[in-house]
Design a protein around this ligand. Structure first.
Ligand code: ATP
Length: 239
């Protein structure tokens, strides 16, 4: 049996009386891009927070390469190589691009590895190299999103969690960022991506799950789901 990078079984999370996740199952094979799709409030961000150890689970199990990481403290999960690039491009606006990247690398001990990550990041995002001395807050929305992903890559992720990288960005920029995400994956990083933009995401993903009010109501190969025009329109918005 293939060992999963992430194996989520019957995951339940509640906020008081609100059952945000009602027992969901998600598998992320190593080397793949798996998408978690769904409308606003479906529970996508909550899933990532549970994996990252930011919210407590009420039931179920989360395994990372076969070790149980359920309810492990967030800093330990980061140290194990599960790195989240947050929604809303939460970069540090008053620090430069370069300083933001250095913060991303804070868990990496080896100088050589930091240098390698730096070079890799600037290869993916040459615009960030051009703007390395610029305050992150003065970057465009697309550049800030690039920086959020770049900062996560500085931590040498084994599994990269991407929270809505297309949020608020123009279609052309989204396409550009998604191409880079695909490239990052091709070079070996396993990715779990959470998105409302189903069509663009299915183009780069291997497999996808559709979340609706705390439950997975559909899953399949991205190449098959993308054929289902009614699904794209009815459930997910065809943009
Ligand atoms: P979005 O696209 O807005 O991030 P989402 O699919 O990621 O949506 P979640 O943010 O995971 O959805 O929210 C799932 C449910 O849990 C929603 O009903 C939401 O209102 C609720 N919720 C999320 N965070 C909290 C919180 N801190 N306290 C109470 N309820 C919350």
């Amino acid at each position: 049996m293939v060992q999963m990078a992430l194996d989520i079984e019957n995951l339940e999370v509640s906020y008081g009386n609100i059952r945000a996740l009602k027992g969901i199952n998600i598998k992320v094979p190593p080397g793949s891009i798996v998408a978690l799709l769904g409308a606003n409030g479906a529970g996508k961000t909550t899933t990532l927070k549970a994996i990252s150890g930011i919210v407590a689970t009420r039931g179920g199990r989360i395994k990372l390469f076969n070790s149980d990481i359920t309810n492990t403290p967030a800093e330990k999960i980061t140290a194990l190589g599960v790195i989240q690039s947050p929604e809303g491009r939460q970069v540090f606006p008053d620090l430069t691009v370069e300083e933001n990247l250095r913060i991303g690398a804070f868990t990496v001990k080896s100088k050589a590895e930091i240098k390698r990550n730096h070079e890799r990041v600037y290869k993916y995002f040459p615009r960030l190299k051009e703007r390395e001395k610029q305050m992150a807050g003065t970057l465009s929305g697309g550049e800030q999103q690039m920086l959020a992903i770049a900062r996560a890559l500085m931590a040498s992720p084994k599994v990269l969690l991407l929270d809505e990288p297309s949020l608020g960005l123009a279609p052309l920029i989204v396409q550009n960022i998604f191409e880079i995400v695909k490239e990052i994956n091709k070079e070996g990083t396993t990715i779990l991506i959470v998105e409302q933009n189903a069509l663009q995401t299915l183009k780069i993903a291997d497999y996808a799950y559709v979340l609706e009010v705390g439950e997975i109501n559909m899953e399949g190969k991205a190449s098959e789901l993308i054929q289902d025009k009614r699904l794209i329109e009815a459930y997910l918005g065809g943009h």
